[in-house]
Design a protein around this ligand. Structure first.
Ligand code: ADP
Length: 315
């Protein structure tokens, strides 16, 4: 009689199969649990990120509101200082003693510089808070640019520089905010005069079917639609800007050389280009820079043109 009951091959394969299936199911369950945990922590993390980003936006808005309010409050007393110093200089309160002339001039220059700085900070804060309004009008570019150029003519001739305009005979009308456009051009032209000691300034317009390749470091191009663009270029034969500085000068308070500290008029604020770039993007355009150190710079303001407006040209 056999007491030993041999276990057959089928039994072992069945058992192994069963163990493998069990292990697979267990493994899958573990993986699933891990995935679920990861998904849950991902959801939590993205919620946290959302909360942080809206908090950041709120704080940023508060900062801009604060800056806008402070700048606004500073303007009134500053206007009073500038106004009274003007009256002092004009002798409304009696002739100034010779020793008083220079200090009064210094007060005037510093107060003007401060007022300019406050105005610019106010502009930037308004833009950051989304409070700068845009009033679009249709303008004839040619007379508009001529008018802006005539504004800086005296500054140009004071420095013994030349100023010439190269504009196509037929320029399109453009729909834009004339106040913002003027401010950008005055900034660019003011800089061209300030940073040019010899030679001159050329204002040139270029109408293109679509934007040419940028190749510059200062552009912040978004995927713009292909449409005609008009480029208003301010070209100078001034000190130029090194490649390493070409991008940063568009940031707030960035200057290549802040100029002599004592001279407010020459010192600048380092805000003009930051404002110009933001204004340009507000009106749907952009500012680009090409420059060769020691030879000169070309700042180009690109503005989109409605193809329908190409037909309506100004003479
Ligand atoms: P600001 O002129 O008041 O200093 P901006 O923001 O207008 O401020 O310009 C920033 C800096 O960029 C200037 O300090 C100057 O170093 C440089 N820059 C601007 N325009 C020119 C130019 N046309 N030629 C040479 N450097 C320039």
């Amino acid at each position: 009689m056999h007491l030993f009951l041999p276990i057959g091959f089928d039994f072992w394969t069945g058992l192994i199969g069963w163990i493998v299936s069990l292990a697979t199911v267990l493994g899958l369950a573990l993986v699933l649990r891990h995935e679920r945990r990861q998904a849950r922590s991902l959801v939590e993390r993205s919620k946290e990120l959302e909360r942080l980003s809206s908090e950041l936006l709120r704080v940023n808005r508060m900062k801009s509101e604060f800056l806008a309010n402070v700048s606004h409050e500073l303007r009134t007393p500053l206007n009073a200082i500038v106004g009274f110093v003007d009256l002092l200089r004009e002798g409304v309160y009696g002739e100034l003693a010779p020793r008083q002339v220079k200090p009064v001039e210094r007060i005037e220059a510093s107060a003007n510089h401060l007022r300019h700085l406050v105005d610019q900070v106010l502009d930037l804060a308004k833009m950051a808070a989304g409070r700068l309004e845009i009033h679009t009008e249709t303008i004839d570019l040619r007379p508009f640019v001529l008018d802006v150029a005539s504004e800086i003519e005296s500054l140009v001739s004071e420095k013994g520089l030349s100023l010439s305009l190269v504009m196509g005979a037929a320029l399109p009308r453009i729909r834009t905010d004339p106040t913002h456009l003027r401010q950008i051009l005055v900034n660019l032209l003011g800089n061209a005069v300030k940073y040019t000691n010899e030679g001159g300034i050329v204002i040139r317009t270029r109408l293109v079917d679509s934007l040419p390749d940028s190749g510059t470091q200062s552009s912040d191009r978004a995927p713009y639609p292909t449409n005609p663009w008009i480029g208003i270029q301010v070209i100078d034969t001034g000190i130029g800007i090194r490649p390493a500085d070409q991008s940063r000068i568009f940031d707030e308070f960035e200057q290549v050389d802040a100029g002599p500290r004592g001279n407010s008029a020459e010192r600048g604020t380092g805000l003009g280009l930051a404002i110009s770039r933001r204004l340009a993007s507000l009106i749907g355009g952009m500012v680009e820079l090409e420059s060769e150190f020691g030879r000169g710079s070309t700042f180009t303001l690109w503005l989109p043109v409605d193809p329908n407006d190409l037909a309506a040209t100004s003479k």
